[in-house]
Design a protein around this ligand. Structure first.
Ligand code: C2E
Ligand code: CA
Ligand code: CA
Ligand code: CA
Length: 278
């Protein structure tokens, strides 16, 4: 262990070897993957609970690794965030989602907004609004068809978040709070941030039928959202019973395997065509 610093230390210290090496490997591989276009976006439809219509779709990144096959985001997003690669990767996601959405519109498909997940690192960039604005201009997508999903932890610094969100909403983009209920919820920011909707985390929806506490929490979130004039969507909806519960509590929308799993772009196109022919 000498002046060479951290990496050298890590590479020569038993158990840490694997962790450090794995991180370096995955960082290197993600850079290569971005150049080689190994990433793709899948889209999960969001349904209006009253009409059953598709009213949105969430873009979810997938990595088709040449040797390891399909790598789920949970296996690389944390490393991408830690290393900072999430910034170029996240830019690519926004661009690809906007490009694809505009292409479907150009093909005469129904106009359905797309939601993109933002990481903390992206959210704290100074020029995020500029980037989003450039992407919208380049792709020609009307901002109202782009929604950005942030999590509660990103709004901890309410003043900064508020400034950033105001710039984004001034562009015409919508903001939603993802995984609602799992982070630091404060009525203060719900009241003060320019948010269009809440996404109730899957962990509350899962046991809605069995656990009266979860049922009470979900019912309360829906009622609160509506009192604040926010739209509310339930995540991870898997059963018809859950749909009945959500509908009877006037939840606006749902997303989950019950409606559809995330689909590759040709699968979405087929759904949009179907919608067109109905
Ligand atoms: P998330 O934003 O909460 O996305 C929802 C996750 O729940 C997705 O997992 C989706 O496939 C899964 N899911 C949807 N319906 C159901 C259901 O009925 N039951 C269950 N058990 N799961 C369901 P996925 O695609 O593996 O993504 C995991 C997480 O990775 C996402 O959670 C998000 O935090 C992150 N992620 C995905 N794509 C991106 C991206 O482009 N950028 C960033 N920063 N993060 C991303
Ligand atoms: Ca999300
Ligand atoms: Ca979520
Ligand atoms: Ca999540």
């Amino acid at each position: 262990v000498k002046e060479n610093g951290k990496n050298d230390y890590l590479l020569h210290s038993g158990d840490m070897d694997h962790v450090a090496l794995h991180k370096l490997t995955i960082q290197h591989e993600m850079r290569r993957a971005l150049l080689n276009q190994e990433f793709a976006l899948f889209y999960q439809p969001q349904y209006d609970l009253a009409s059953g219509q598709i009213v949105g779709m969430e873009a979810l990144i997938r990595w088709f690794h040449p040797e390891r096959g399909l790598v789920p985001p949970g296996d690389f997003i944390p490393a991408a965030e830690e290393s900072g690669i999430i910034v170029p990767l996240g830019d690519w996601v926004i661009e690809e989602a906007c490009r694809q959405n505009k292409e479907w519109q150009n093909q005469g498909m129904p106009f359905i907004p797309v939601s993109v997940n933002l990481s903390m690192r992206q959210f704290s960039q100074r020029n995020l609004t500029g980037k989003v604005s450039d992407i919208l201009e380049q792709t020609g997508l009307d901002p109202r068809y782009l929604e950005l999903e942030i999590t509660e932890s990103m709004t901890m610094d309410v003043d900064r978040a508020s400034q950033c969100l105001k710039e984004l909403t001034d562009l015409g983009v919508n903001i939603s709070i993802d995984d609602f209920g799992t982070g630091y919820s404060s009525f203060h920011y719900l009241k003060n941030l320019p948010i269009a909707r809440l996404k109730i985390d899957r962990s509350f929806v899962r046991d809605i039928q069995q656990d009266p506490n979860d049922a009470a929490i979900v019912a309360a979130i829906i009622a609160m959202a509506h009192n604040l004039q926010l739209q509310v969507i339930a995540e991870g909806v898997e059963t018809e019973d859950q749909v009945h519960f959500l509908r009877s509590h006037r939840c606006d929308e749902m997303q989950g395997y019950f409606g559809s799993p995330p689909l590759p772009s040709d699968g979405v196109l087929a759904l949009l065509r179907e919608k067109l022919n109905r």
